[in-house]
Design a protein around this ligand. Structure first.
Ligand code: SIN
Length: 512
């Protein structure tokens, strides 16, 4: 299916821009800020500008702290990525890190400083030194609120909230804009260049740290248009979400808490990470999640504990004000009690294949941020490298757009899509979403079995078949269609990778 909706381009209301950016996380906003002011930009958000994964990021943003750190940071990144990383992209990430994080400071973002007013770098898993900039435990919020202010000052940027990108419009392998759904109905946002910066896909899992809008839309849109997706089997699971079986929403306990000395303990109170990795609680994230998953099987439990009780209460309150307050509201004083935690979906290393300028294999279509696969993360992302990737490659996308836009001539073409739409019952889309989440949790989680993946694929293919001609009645339905498409790709990619690597962990099938 090339498009999700029936339309005739010539009949649609048309908006004309030089650049359309889909998504308002760090990658979308920073791209818009780095594009020349002479270009007219449309910045679209499916929800509000703040409803993004970036906004929820607690820990921070990594950077090479000086020239001597570049090689060490590079080695940490590729080691965490199990050496599956794109070497050139990873080098770019690190080489460009300092300049871009400085730029954030110039834009007004306030990172925590020590008593002398110097930036206070912290450490997280897999980093061999302190190099993470942070704003207490709400770094993403600080970034988005500040970038949002800067965007509002730009006369060349139009922001449309509650506007859904159904598909990118393409002709002869060239993107010419976006088919969009607003309250008023369908429109076409025609553009010389288009940037997909829609973030991740966490909502295909039952439990995720991701925002409610992270449903893999950008990935599905790109895939339908013929863009290459890569490394989709590498889903990252964050080791420490607050465990609460009574609640569906997930609250993250930042890795920075382990960075400040917190220790994972099992139900016997043992600091079990000593058994699994020399870096113990600060091992790369895939190792920690896998170790917890193993420990849960050994103990037949659903959670482990995170212990920061040895740190001073005032320190904890000052360093982690949101986490402290949130846990207290849920009855846990983290300065005195262990925090029950379990791993949940957090990030996707794979995505739309791009080069180091964010170009996809479709002309004039770019991708940046979590939705893109520059290859920097390899098979497992190093902590706090996600905001950095969004930042560094957004700047490079903007640079390329500034360079090519004057040379692009708009194409006046006829595009239409005539679907044989099958009416679905009201609850069928809801049931499909629930099925996807159940299957992903059961078969495509941390420890994967070939048989489980095969079962998952069979179920998803059945769902896909049922919805093959389905008529979407609105955003929720388009989203469901996207989730079906993306889960199929994740499972197929996982089945193709027949050996464990990084976050893709295969365990033996049980004997029947
Ligand atoms: C965290 O704060 O633990 C998340 C940071 C990240 O995903 O890099």
């Amino acid at each position: 299916m090339r498009y999700l909706e029936k339309f005739k381009l010539e009949d649609l209301r048309k908006l004309k821009y030089d650049v359309v950016i889909i998504g308002t996380g760090i990658a979308g906003l920073y791209t818009a800020l780095c594009i020349d002011e002479r270009y007219k930009i449309l910045l679209m958000s499916k929800d509000t500008i703040e409803t993004t994964n970036t906004y929820l990021a607690q820990g921070g943003i990594a950077t090479a702290v000086d020239n001597n750190d570049k090689d060490i940071f590079y080695e940490d990144t590729v080691k965490a990525g199990t050496y599956h990383n794109d070497i050139i992209a990873a080098k770019v990430l690190i080489d460009d890190s300092f300049e871009n994080t400085q730029q954030l400071i110039n834009l007004g973002i306030s990172f925590d400083t020590d008593e002398e007013g110097n930036i206070e770098y912290i450490k997280e898993g897999g980093h061999s030194r302190k190099r993470i900039l942070h704003s207490k435990d709400a770094t993403g919020r600080e970034i988005i609120e500040t970038l949002d202010k800067r965007i509002n000052e730009k006369k060349n940027v139009t922001v449309l909230e509650n506007t859904y990108a159904i598909d990118v419009l393409t002709t002869e392998n060239t993107c010419i804009g976006v088919l969009i759904k607003e309250d008023k109905g369908l429109s076409a946002a025609l553009s010389k260049t288009t940037v997909i910066a829609t973030g991740g896909l966490g909502q295909v899992y039952k439990q995720t740290t991701n925002s409610r809008v992270a449903t893999g839309d950008g990935l599905a849109i790109a895939h339908r248009a013929g863009a290459k997706l890569l490394d989709m089997e590498f889903v990252q699971f964050h080791p420490t979400a607050l465990y609460d079986p009574k609640r569906e929403d997930v609250f993250l306990i930042s890795e920075a808490v382990r960075g400040e000395g917190a220790i994972l303990r099992n139900h016997k109170g043992e600091p079990f990470m000593t058994k699994y990795h020399e870096l113990r609680d600060l091992a790369p994230r895939d190792v920690v999640s896998k170790s917890i998953a193993t420990e849960l099987i050994i103990e037949k439990q659903e959670h482990v504990f995170l212990d920061i009780t040895h740190r001073d209460k005032d320190f904890i309150k000052k360093r982690f004000p949101n986490i402290f307050t949130h846990c207290l509201e849920r009855g846990i004083d983290i300065s005195k009690e262990y925090i029950p935690v379990n791993p949940v979906q957090h990030y996707i290393m794979g995505g739309i294949r791009t080069d180091t300028s964010g170009r996809t294999n479709i002309n004039n279509l770019f991708a940046a941020g979590e939705v893109a696969c520059t290859g920097v993360h390899g098979a497992n992302r190093l902590a706090s490298n996600s905001l950095l990737e969004g930042l560094v490659f957004a700047k490079r996308v903007a640079k390329e757009i500034n360079c090519i836009t004057p040379k692009i001539k708009r194409k006046h073409v006829k595009i239409e899509c005539d679907l044989k739409n099958k009416e679905m019952k009201d609850d069928e889309f809801v049931e499909a979403r629930e099925k996807i989440r159940e299957v992903m949790k059961k078969h495509v989680f941390i420890l994967r079995k070939e048989k489980g993946l095969q079962k998952a694929l069979k179920i998803i293919k059945k769902v896909k078949q049922k919805f093959s001609n389905a008529k979407s009645r609105g955003v929720e339905d388009y989203t469901t269609m996207n989730m079906i498409a993306i889960t199929e790709i994740i499972i197929e990619s996982a089945l193709k990778r027949t050996k464990s690597l990084g976050a893709h962990v295969l365990v033996a099938n049980k004997k029947e």
